[in-house]
Design a protein around this ligand. Sequence first.
Ligand SMILES: NC(=O)c1ccc[n+]([C@@H]2O[C@H](COP(=O)([O-])OP(=O)(O)OC[C@H]3O[C@@H](n4cnc5c(N)ncnc54)[C@H](OP(=O)(O)O)[C@@H]3O)[C@@H](O)[C@H]2O)c1
Length: 330
Amino acid sequence: MNYKAEQSRYESMQYNQVGRSGLKLPAISLGLWHNFGDVTNFQTAKKIIFRAFDLGITHFDLANNYGPPPGSAESNFGRIMKRHLKKYRDELIISSKAGYPMWKGPYGDGGSRKYLIASLDQSLERMGLDYVDVFYSHRFDPETPLEETMGALDQIVRSGKALYAGISNYNAEQTREAARIAEDFGTPLIIHQHRYSMLSRKLEKGTAQAIQQTGLGTIVFSPLAQGMLTAKYLNGIPKSSRAGSASIFLKENEITDEYLKKAQKLDELAQERSQTLAQMALAWVLNNPVVTSALVGASSPDQIEENVATIENLEFEKEELDQIEAILND
Ligand SMILES: NC(=O)c1ccc[n+]([C@@H]2O[C@H](COP(=O)([O-])OP(=O)(O)OC[C@H]3O[C@@H](n4cnc5c(N)ncnc54)[C@H](OP(=O)(O)O)[C@@H]3O)[C@@H](O)[C@H]2O)c1
């Protein structure tokens, strides 16, 4: 059956301006790092994407290496695009990235012009798209002059294969330098993708300030700390969860007693706010003025629903923020 998007899809989502650009992103965006590769159920993947778009999530974030195997998240997304979402292409913001190892040899990793341009061509082919909306340098590459990496992003935008450029995992100094070079080139570098959550606050140590000063927007990844900022681990590690599965990115030994004590207290505070822990964690990142969008992952449509409902309560009393700090620093 062909998918038809909900009429009401723009009624409740909030859309935030990306830095000084004219682009808006939904407060909650969806990333396809996990749960969209060939190892996961394609029907579930499809349902997650449909539910997301039905609830106003217009932004889907990919990268060349998402899977497993690498590339398969883009191929599966491409199948869904082709069959169901092509007619909504102008309502969607689709991003991809290159920077981490993707193919053998010296040209499948890093930040060279050769790698970025070849990789985007492969990504477009897998997704069956003419262009992505945002293309990122996935990481700073110390072996490539930044002028070359930014020059590749510039060429990509000028060739029409991306509308905007982004950087990810750059530190404060690298961000300032990238923005300066982009300005010289006239490249629309508009966004920084950085890890940020109550459990991961490196962004606050200089990079957030650099992002604000250079007029970029910020989309923050892993705002739920890969599921640790939800209630799912409070009573043991579910087999189906990221920590309980074969994921190499969240391991069982990260679910420590010390973490559980904090998570329990955060969960109690969330309940006092009539929210789930996941919702409080998302509201907390969105409460930082540097954050444009919280980039979540999901393994079911229900998680999308819960996460999108966060926007019903984004406000914090100062006392609540102080309580969160006290729990985190305990
Ligand atoms: N630029 C980069 O270097 C970089 C790096 C990492 C990620 N990213 C991007 O950020 C996106 C999100 O990263 P992430 O997946 O780590 O984000 P996350 O939102 O912190 O974690 C997502 C995981 O948490 C669990 N979850 C989500 N909502 C839940 C809910 N309401 N209740 C219970 N559990 C819930 C699910 O795991 P279960 O499987 O346990 O259900 C889900 O897969 C990625 O897809 C990617 O697009 C970018």
